[in-house]
Design a protein around this ligand. Structure first.
Ligand code: PLP
Length: 584
């Protein structure tokens, strides 16, 4: 039987899902997934941290033209642009000195504490000088000269620093929505920009950051790092700098405060801090915790791929959900935090939060819980002793694929103060425009979540009985290793289900994935009102070897389905049935 999609049912490759400010895009055929991973095709839209929204690309093009640079990476603020660039320059070499040249008599335009989290800062000295000061004559490739004002006065120092091999970074701030122009600083290798625009009558407008440069390899590394750590600019904010009026009317400066309060109420916390992505929220908490001179995180369970990749780069420890008895022995004086997900992505494991918090308390180590997949409708991690609760608000809390963001919720005043200080230093809060978008959808979250839970139970029990399916990973089915823990800790199972096919090969996956899946959108992301499906391991661990996948227990041909909150899920089940009967 011909299982190829008919034309009318096929989404175009990279078609936006979520309207004007879509946060994901379609990958209709397996070859699209492969082309995306191998970068052999350009995509108009994709998951918002991986494929820049067309608005961001337009703003990047405008800045590149003004600065005569080949590369531009936008972030949510000047400070995060600078932090990401410096972290990037530290690898593979290490920065030993950061010298700031500023306008004579002026205060530096940012705090030197922004530059690096404490653990990264070890061995780095930060010096502030007026622009006409002499600079050391022993600078080298590991040093950075930041020129942040008095550009003509600093020209001699910049020239000398560049001659000595140091990276010269020019830092510029602009206001009033104007894009800045390039100052003449000899030897400048990178430009870091802070853009500000007032919007409508609002006193506080919107802001953006950018790094520009011609160093191909550094800028490529920076782009990858920013995607993973999540310092993403909102497409709604980019609109303001491109002069689009439609979004300007929507700025409500009080929206972030209202959203933070609503999220606190949902989770039972006292303070919520909003970020521009879920990964940005996770990164910031981990950076703060490692600041206390403690260097490693213990990750429990197979966590979301970017959280895992971030941790894989450092001296961190990993523990399976069925190994929590060993946790106590792993914690040392050097442990910064225990990190887990209430329901893990994608295998639906449920770590025993009661055991985790007992060990965490006994050692005085904070417990950080990513509650994105369970959501506050199904679990309140604070009730089980969590210190920090994190969400990617992009997912269930918003639910419509038209908002990107993250939140960290706490209930200890000390933790709230640290997060607040960090946001004041880095200016990395979610923009009011993005908060307003979330506010439109958050009201219906409790009602939507009932249907997510219910639909997923139906889809999972259908898959578990289907002859075309080999194995289903969903905490609500009795054969799942977390079934008993889920019963104890969760009020509902969420709607992320993963499964392997009976024909567990490239050909099997291709035949299934490329078939007609009417009513299901083939796209990354989860927690969307419409059912989404993706070949998870190919998308997130494409280059991993069989041994690496075996080590983390991830099947290469795993399919993940994020069941939606459709009022009638039968069309989705019928569609899966047809594909599963014919793909073999
Ligand atoms: N946490 C979990 C459990 C996720 O599944 C994701 C993304 O899929 C994230 C965090 C990161 O969120 P974002 O993509 O909004 O940065």
């Amino acid at each position: 039987m011909n299982t190829a999609p008919t034309k009318s049912q096929v989404f175009r490759q990279g078609e936006a899902i979520g309207g004007d400010h879509a946060i994901t895009g379609t990958l209709p055929m397996l070859d699209d997934v492969i082309a995306f991973k191998k970068r052999t095709a350009e995509f108009d839209h994709g998951y918002y941290r991986f494929v820049s929204h067309p608005r961001l690309r337009r703003l990047e093009e405008a800045l590149k033209a003004r600065f005569g640079c080949r590369h531009c990476k936008l972030t949510e603020s000047l400070e995060t642009a600078l932090l990401e660039l410096i972290l990037c320059l530290r690898k593979p070499g290490t920065v030993s000195r950061i010298l700031i040249m500023k306008e004579e008599g002026a205060a530096p335009p940012f705090s030197d504490e922004c530059f690096l989290p404490e653990c990264e800062r070890k061995g780095v000295s930060v010096m502030v000088r007026d622009c006409k000061s002499e600079i050391p004559t022993d600078l080298g490739r590991d040093d950075i000269l930041l020129v942040s004002g008095g550009f003509s006065g600093a020209a001699k120092a910049a020239d000398s620093a560049q001659g000595q091999g140091a990276a010269v970074v020019v830092v510029l701030k602009s206001t009033g929505g104007e894009l800045p122009t390039r100052p003449d600083v000899p030897g400048a290798r990178f430009y870091v920009l802070g853009l500000n625009a007032s919007v409508g009558n609002a006193q506080n407008g919107v802001r953006a950051g950018a790094v520009l440069g011609n160093a191909d390899r550094v800028m490529a590394r920076l782009a990858e790092q920013v995607k993973r750590r999540g310092a993403i600019l909102s497409s709604r904010v980019a609109d303001c700098f491109l002069g689009a009026n439609s979004t300007q009317a929507a700025l409500d400066p009080a929206a972030p405060h209202r959203i933070a309060e609503a999220l606190c109420r949902l989770e039972g916390g006292t303070n919520a801090f909003l970020y521009c992505s879920g990964m940005s929220a996770i990164t910031r908490v981990l950076d703060i915790l490692r600041r206390r001179g403690r260097s490693h995180i213990i990750a429990v369970g197979h966590l979301y791929s970017d959280t895992y990749q971030t941790l894989r780069l450092g001296p961190n420890k990993f523990l399976g959900v069925d190994e929590v008895d060993a946790l106590d022995g792993l914690v040392t004086e050097d442990t910064a935090a225990i990190l887990t997900e209430t329901i893990t992505n994608p295998l639906s494991d449920v770590p025993d939060l009661e055991v985790l918090s007992r060990v965490a308390r006994a050692h005085g180590v904070p417990l950080v819980v990513d509650n994105t997949i369970a959501t506050p409708a199904n679990c309140h991690p604070f009730d089980f002793g969590a210190d920090y609760v994190i969400h990617s608000t992009t997912k269930y809390l918003n639910g419509r694929n038209d908002h990107g963001g993250g939140v960290v919720i706490v209930r200890e005043p000390l933790l709230a103060r640290q997060l607040s200080d960090s946001q004041s230093l880095l200016n990395d809060e979610m923009s009011p425009l993005e908060a307003s978008a979330l506010e439109k959808n958050l009201g219906s979250f409790p009602e939507r979540m009932c249907r997510f839970n219910e639909n997923a139970v139906n889809v999972a029990s259908f898959l578990a009985r289907h002859p075309g399916v080999a194995r289903v990973f969903f905490n609500n089915i009795p054969s799942h290793r977390s079934f008993a823990t889920a019963r104890r800790l969760l009020k509902g199972p969420g709607s992320v289900i993963s499964f392997t096919l009976m024909r567990n090969t490239w050909e099997g996956l291709r035949a299934f994935y490329d078939s007609r899946l009417h009513g299901i959108v083939k796209a990354p992301s989860l927690g969307s009102d419409v059912t989404l499906l993706c070949p998870y391991t190919l998308l997130t661990h494409f280059d991993d070897t069989d041994e690496e996948l075996a080590e983390i227990g991830l099947p290469r041909f795993l399919v993940r389905i994020s069941v939606g909150c459709e009022r009638d899920i039968s069309a989705v089940i019928e569609s899966l049935d047809t594909a599963l009967l014919t793909y073999r």
